[in-house]
Design a protein around this ligand. Structure first.
Ligand SMILES: [Zn+2]
Length: 252
């Protein structure tokens, strides 16, 4: 990935509903504080987990949650217990970043870690998972005691959605290439059931074919002759709008 794309990916991920991003520049552009946890090399450089977790706790500014990475050298269960016994009340959470080849049933491992932390009185310690996650594995793991997910690759390398921009009208005259519908269009949406319709631009608002409600035109002009003419909303407000709309759609 080209480094210049990273802030745009951060922004898109945030607008799409992610709670935070780890990229410093991306977070700055969005207007939020970047968030992240420790990497495996920290543990490897110290040579043992407890020294690395203690050093992180000593050095990193207090506002950063203490989330210990717990799958570097031993089993997730034993490293989680070790992390909780090392940092006690100061430990905010543990992160399991286990590669698929070592995972077995990840949901069972997460349930086991939750159980072992709970029986030792570490109910306050949250569980975060990461490593090769996508929308399917997140949905499955969300059935278990997972408090947060770290997702990278499936966002930065998301499948493409095929689309094209075509000339459909020239000087007010409908004209388009083969296979494309000519004439300037308007897209209408029913605000109750989110059924979409496309008509010619100057058509009367159609009624929703599903529920009969009036529909709303969805096209807005943002650029005219190279000048921005629409109101550009901050990422936080766009995100709220996206999350409100997502309630109408299924992940299929
Ligand atoms: Zn409707």
């Amino acid at each position: 990935m080209h480094p210049a794309l990273a802030p745009m990916l951060d922004r898109a991920a945030y607008i799409g509903g992610f709670d935070g991003v780890s990229g410093v520049l991306g977070a700055k552009l969005i207007g939020i504080t970047p968030s992240g946890t420790m990497p495996h090399p920290l543990i490897l450089i110290f040579g043992d987990q407890a020294s690395a977790w203690k050093a992180f706790d000593e050095v990193i500014e207090p506002s950063v949650p203490r989330i210990a990475l717990v799958d570097t050298l031993y089993d997730e269960k034993f490293e989680s217990i070790l992390a909780a016994e090392t940092l006690r009340d100061r430990l905010s959470g543990v992160r399991l970043d286990t590669p698929g080849s070592r995972r077995g049933d990840f949901l069972d491992i997460v349930r086991e870690v939750r159980w072992e932390l709970d029986v030792r009185g570490f109910k306050h310690v949250k569980i975060y998972v990461s490593g090769g996650l996508d929308e399917s594995s997140v949905r499955r793991l969300a059935e278990g005691p997972v408090d947060g997910f770290g997702v990278g690759t499936s966002v930065s390398n998301a499948p493409t959605i095929d689309f094209s921009m075509d000339i459909v009208e020239v000087e007010g005259r409908p004209l388009s290439k083969r296979g494309k519908f000519s004439g300037k269009k308007q897209a209408w949406r029913c605000e109750r059931c989110h059924t979409w319709q496309v008509t010619l631009f100057d058509s009367e608002p159609p009624k929703c074919p599903s529920c009969g409600l009036e529909t709303t035109p969805m096209l807005k002009k943002y650029i005219e002759k190279g000048k921005v003419v629409g109101e550009l909303k901050p990422p936080k407000l766009i995100r709220e709008y996206v999350l409100e709309q997502l309630k109408h759609y299924e992940l299929e």
